[in-house]
Each structure stands twice: as structure tokens, then as C-alpha cells.
Design a protein around this ligand. Structure first.
Ligand code: GLU
Length: 325
């Protein structure tokens, strides 16, 4: 036998001895101590809450007449000392938007840019102020942060699928209506659910601080609201089977149904959600200015923006008529 073969034989012999020893161990004596078995806990997204307390922004007056009646436009002059002049002096418009809602405010993964209907509205305001749609600094915010970033001056305006209502009007101003959505329900196709009425005692997801969450909590059929920070968190929870449905504006749900063809939108629209641009309460000059921009937008690019983002999902649409006080 060569030296090499002898060494190999020795190694094999040692291996065999070890294997026999192990087999011997398994065959007799105390059974191995198995690791305790527990059911794996599926993680929830950060800040997710099942059946949360719903804060309605400390509303004292939820009957303010027609909440969509806004201040009459006064043209697009930017007089000295105005909010608009201050923004022009700064050289950039700061806008609170969503970056997780396909079709309204989302990041295009190919370009890294924010796109969607709300982003187009923000660009219209920047174009009016600067003659340049790109003079915008976007700040991605959650539903819950919309009012705070306006009140603490972090942004000049919020364009983020934001429903105009009396509670919010107590804390901020709104432009005229630029879009009207309505709340519906998204479920997986194989679930067979046909609407909120089928979801008694079942978990239904919406974002904290949205009208959608309050509407789920007060629905007659008694679904269990699940609150998260972002609409994309709701979609993940539905895909994981951690909630049975998502309920929010048809616009947002249409985007999710396009992202996940195993889901679909069911049931009728059961609310009206008129979207407005959120503006700090004291900036009434900015409200009139944005309303002048929107008046022009409705007659010019509104249709093209709608047809690009919304028409394929929701069918033909026309711009909503503004109402003024
Ligand atoms: N339009 C509803 C709202 O303003 C839901 C949309 C959202 O929160 O993004 O509360």
C-alpha cells in the first residue's frame, strides 16, 4: 500500500468508528432533548394596531356646512409679503405627498422619480410659481402626518389623496376639489367576499389617520379595523392572509388591484371622498392662489393626467366642478 492509500484507509476507519459510535448513541439511552415547538409569530408592520382607538383629530365641529366650499380664486399674482412671494424667495415649493400609493403618489422604480395624479397636481403649482415643474421638494408622509406637517410649517401644501371634511377644516384649509373618490373594499379573488357586509368580525385594513379607518370602525356589519402607517402595508397584510380585506378610496384600491392581480375591488362605493390640496390655516392667500391654479388645471391638463393614471382602472372621468364660498 502506498503512503497516500494508507492515510486514506486510516481516515476512513476513523470515520466509520465515529459513525458507529453515533448510531449506538441514537439506538439506546434517553431520547434526544427536542427543541420546544411554538407557533411562529408572523410579524406585523411597524406601528400596526388591531382595533385601535380612533382619534378624530379632536373634532368639536363636524358640521361646517359644505366643507368643499373654498375661497374664490384671485388670479396667480404673487404680491410682496404674500405666502407665494415667500415660497418664490425660497426658490422651492415644499409638498407633502405619498410615495406608496400606485397611481396617485408612488416612486417609479425605473427612474426613482415620484409619479401619479397627486404628483402632477404638485407640479402644476410649481409650474405656476416658478415656470418649472421640478422646483418641488417632496416630503413623503403618512395619512396621519398630513395635518401635522401643515401645522408645524414643514411643508407649504399637502397633495395626498386627502379628503376635505369638517373635522380637518378646523385645523387646516383646503383648496377646491380636484378629484372625487369613494370608499370600497379590496379582497383576494379566491376569498369570495363581495363587500363590507360579508366581513363581520373579520380584520379589515386601513391607514391610521384616514377617513377609511373611521368608516371601517363604524360600519354596521362590525368588521375589525387594523391600522397601519402606509397603504402598501395593508397590501402586504392582505397577501400574507393577516387581514381579510382592505377598505379605502376606490382610487387607491384600483392601484393595488393593478399591482396584485390575485385581488379585486368589490361592493359599491359607500362614501364620497372629495380630494383637496391641504394648506396651513393662516395661508388664505395661498388657498386662493392654488384655486386659481386648479381652475386652469381643470380646463387644461386635468383630462390628460386622469387618462394617463386613472382611466385604465376606473374608466372615463371628468374634472369635478369647484364650489366657492
Ligand atoms: N381619502 C382618505 C383620507 O383622506 C383616505 C386616503 C388616505 O388616507 O390616503 O383620509
Amino acid at each position: 500500500m502506498s503512503r497516500r492509500r494508507r492515510r486514506l484507509a486510516a481516515v476512513l476507519a476513523a470515520f466509520l468508528a465515529g459513525a458507529l459510535l453515533l448510531a449506538g448513541c441514537g439506538a439506546a439511552g434517553a431520547p434526544p432533548n427536542l427543541a420546544p415547538q411554538v407557533t411562529a409569530h408572523r410579524p406585523l408592520p411597524a406601528n400596526a394596531q388591531v382595533n385601535p382607538e380612533i382619534d378624530n383629530e379632536g373634532a368639536v365641529n363636524d358640521d361646517c356646512g359644505n366643507p368643499t366650499a373654498s375661497l374664490r380664486p384671485k388670479g396667480i399674482a404673487t404680491p410682496r409679503g404674500s405666502t407665494m412671494a415667500e415660497i418664490k424667495r425660497r426658490g422651492i415649493l415644499r409638498v407633502g405627498v405619498d410615495q406608496n400609493t400606485f397611481l396617485f403618489g408612488f416612486r417609479n422604480p425605473a427612474t426613482g422619480n415620484l409619479e401619479g395624479f397627486d404628483i402632477a397636481v404638485a407640479s402644476e403649482i410649481a409650474t405656476a410659481l416658478f415656470g418649472d415643474p421640478n422646483r418641488v421638494r417632496f416630503k413623503a408622509i403618512t395619512s396621519q402626518q398630513r395635518i401635522d406637517v401643515l401645522r408645524d410649517g414643514t411643508v407649504d401644501v399637502v397633495v395626498r389623496t386627502m379628503t376635505i371634511n369638517c373635522e380637518r377644516r378646523e385645523l387646516i384649509e383646503f383648496s377646491s376639489v380636484y378629484f372625487v373618490a369613494g370608499q370600497r373594499v379590496l379582497v383576494t379573488k379566491r376569498s369570495g367576499y363581495t363587500g363590507l357586509a360579508d366581513l363581520a368580525g373579520k380584520k379589515v385594513c386601513a391607514t391610521t389617520g384616514s377617513t377609511s379607518l373611521s368608516n371601517i370602525a363604524s360600519a354596521a356589519s362590525g368588521p375589525v379595523p387594523v391600522a397601519v402607517d402606509n397603504w402598501s402595508d395593508c397590501l402586504v397584510l392582505l397577501q400574507q392572509g393577516q387581514v381579510e380585506a382592505i377598505s379605502t378610496d376606490d382610487t387607491i384600491l384600483a392601484g393595488m388591484a393593478q399591482q396584485d392581480p390575485a385581488t379585486h375591488v368589490v361592493g359599491p362605493k359607500f362614501t364620497s371622498e372629495p380630494y383637496g390640496v391641504g394648506i396651513p390655516k393662516e395661508d388664505t392667500d395661498m388657498v386662493r392662489y392654488v384655486n386659481a391654479v386648479l381652475a386652469k388645471f381643470r380646463k387644461s391638463t386635468w383630462q390628460a393626467v386622469y387618462d394617463r393614471w386613472i382611466e385604465p382602472a376606473l374608466g372615463p372621468g371628468t374634472p369635478p366642478e369647484p364650489t366657492y364660498k
